[in-house]
Every structure is written in C-alpha cells, then in structure tokens.
Design a protein around this ligand. Sequence first.
Ligand code: DGL
Length: 246
Amino acid sequence: MIGIFDSGAGGLSVLREILKAMPRGEYVYFSDNAFCPYGEKTPEFIQDRARAITDILRGEGAEIIVVACNTATAAAISTLRAEYPIPFIGMEPAVKPAALGTRSGVIGVLATAGTLKGSKYLKTKGNWGEGCKIVEHVGKGFVELVENLELTGEHAEQVVRESLQPLLDEGADTIVLGCTHYPFLLDTMKRIAPEGIRFIDPAPAVTRRLMDVMRQEGIKQEGGLSVRLLSSGSPDSLEKLYQSVI
Ligand code: DGL
C-alpha cells in the first residue's frame, strides 16, 4: 500500500500521475488541511505534523510514503528517513529539466517560502542553475485558491497574475511549479503567460522515482484499485477536487 500526504489537496496532482502509471492496488491519501498552509510554518512544526501523519498512514498499512508536498519535503524528509524504517519519496524542485530546456536562459520558480529557503532547493539551484538566471516568487494565495476550489475565473486570474507576471517580466520562458498545489492552476497560468512558456510539474519524475524504489524494495501494487482519502479538517474540497481531476 502506498501512503501519500500533503498540507492539503495539492498532493492530488502527484497522486494523479502515480495513478496513471500504477492504476492498481491500495492507496491512502492524507490531507493535513486543518493545518494548511505549511508555507510559512517552522520546520519543527512541519516535522511534528509529518510524524503524526506518518503514524496514521503506517497504521493504515502504508509500506512506502510519498511526501507530495515540496514544503514538507524541505522541512521533514530527512527527519522521517532517520526515524522510520520505511522508504519516503520526496518532491524534487525541477530546476534541472528547466535549466536544460530554457532558451532565454531565465527560469522562473514558483514555490512556498519554506521550499525556497530549504537546503534541497538551494543545492539543486547551485548544481543546475549555473549559467542561467533564476527568478523566484512565492505563489501568494495560490494554495488558498486550490483549497477553495477556485481554479479559474477573474479572482483566480488576478491572484495568479501577481506572482507569475514578475517572472515573465524578467524574461522567464520556463516556469518550475515548486508546490504541488500549483499544477491545478495551470489553465489560469496559461491564460496569463504568452504562448510558448513552458511549465514544469515534477510529478512525473517523482512517479518514476517511486516506481524505481518500489522495485528495489519489492513493494507491489496489485489487485483492484482502492483510494482512501483522509483529512485532518473537512473532507469536502479534497473529495471534490479528487472527483474532478482524477
Ligand atoms: N502543496 C505544498 C507544497 O508542495 C504546500 C503548500 C502549503 O501548504 O503552503 O509545497
């Protein structure tokens, strides 16, 4: 059984990719929406939540856990790996494919404040960002739009424009989606960005990594598909988003 968690419904953008690749077996998804957003919370707070959620997912039978949250990966994945005897798959900031693919030499990164400060992101940026200009912006209000299922429309466009436009104005032709909530705003982003701008969602790469680790560890997804959705707050938006996107 695969366990997946995020601060909210954003991790469904990762679950969606995983289900395309492995449409069998048991999944349990936990949305920590009573404590969402994580973006500005301290690493210690997020580590405590990550432990509590890991205990719940393991109690449900998870043999491997996908931390489908860039912010929680930055704050807590090393703690989880040190404290639990099961494998954890984290989110990778997609700076490498962006650096390899940019034509203008300018990469835009949209993420939470916690992710942009995290050592994993800083290291990836150091390894791959050389020779490129990297411009960053917190997707201010994006998580709230997704949790409120306001994915399109005038208000969503106004909120998204405020964080996306500065990156476009700097000449970015490639935008890294560094938070798992953001892919759900892709239609709105594409209305704002001129044609030809590439958006990179790391979910397919994370899915490949998950499958590799499952092979190494002998973890199998077999039988009919079952997906259970759990949450620390109201389950409404999680269930609705699941129905509409998966
Ligand atoms: N979905 C999250 C991420 O990937 C968390 C956003 C938040 O809770 O601030 O970073």
